[in-house]
Design a protein. Structure first.
Length: 279
């Protein structure tokens, strides 16, 4: 008789998490939206994730809400005998799947940036490895050297990325940074990118970003931590939204930019779906 898979193991709350809980507790009275994110798991090493229904994503309620059409999400098969990242016994919270296969797929209508893979362009739409220099180039120039050194000290193993442009001009990039263990990823996330009311690192395109308190605190899947930042008004010609995800040995950065206003709905949708793939 097959042995059922062990239930996911919850991370012990760190001081950072407790601070975040307090922060969201103060804001929760202003928000009535709640979301439940479901993952459908099979008994084998390959399993699928249902695409979120409209009512399950914060702010998605009508046919004209601007949600993008993503394909059904399916996690890649794991090597034989490899546990899921949050299964009991996987103390390092390791994702054994290829990080490139954990990147969110392209939504319908997405196109590759004509400068993909070049200086100033988005990552390739197909999803591929990128260099440390590609990643640090997203941030203000004054932070490049310190960030490169931090990534070297933490021995980042791989950086996978995907980028695309939508017909309305919205540009999206997703970077997955994989470390040797969940503990190392947690340290990098805590010390480098987490900043509380402002991000710990300054994106070149969004120097004045602040914590987005409209983000529903219950939108994160189990075992994934999410911090969302937005540019308050007045802002420049381009609007940038960004989110950091911490999921075991992986830290993710999702950035969406658009001239004028970057819509909240597809950004939230992208963040939640990417979190599902990592959780």
């Amino acid at each position: 008789m097959p042995v059922p898979p062990a239930p996911p193991r919850r991370r012990r709350p760190s001081a950072r998490v407790l601070r975040a809980v307090g922060r969201w507790t103060a804001a929760v009275g202003r928000w009535t939206a709640a979301v439940t994110v479901f993952g459908v798991f099979c008994a084998g090493t390959a399993y699928g994730i249902t695409r979120l229904e409209r009512h399950e994503v914060p702010g998605l309620a009508t046919e004209s809400d601007g949600r993008w059409k993503y394909p059904r999400l399916t996690l890649p098969a794991l090597p034989s005998g490899s546990p899921r990242p949050f299964a009991q016994g996987n103390e390092g919270e390791i994702h054994h799947a290829d990080p490139r296969e954990l990147l969110i797929p392209l939504p319908e209508g997405a196109e590759e940036d004509e400068r993909a893979g070049k200086d100033g362009g988005l990552p390739p739409a197909k999803g591929d490895w990128v260099t440390v220099e590609d990643y640090t180039g997203l941030y203000a120039k004054g932070e490049h050297e310190e960030l490169r050194q931090r990534l070297a000290d933490d021995a980042v193993r791989h950086i996978a990325a995907r980028g695309w442009v939508m017909p309305d001009g919205t540009r999206t990039s997703v970077h997955l940074l994989r470390f040797n263990s969940g503990a190392v990823a947690d340290d990098f996330h805590t010390d480098a990118v987490y900043g509380g009311l402002a991000p710990g690192l300054t994106l070149e395109t969004a120097p004045g970003s602040e914590l987005d308190e409209s983000w529903p605190s219950k939108a994160a899947p189990e075992n994934v931590e999410i911090e969302v930042y937005d540019e308050p008004k007045p802002r420049g010609e381009t609007h940038t939204r960004q989110a950091y995800l911490l999921a075991g040995d992986t830290v993710a950065l999702i950035v969406q930019t658009r001239k004028g206003t970057a819509p909240a709905v597809p950004f939230r949708q992208t963040v939640i779906l990417q979190a599902q793939l990592l959780g």
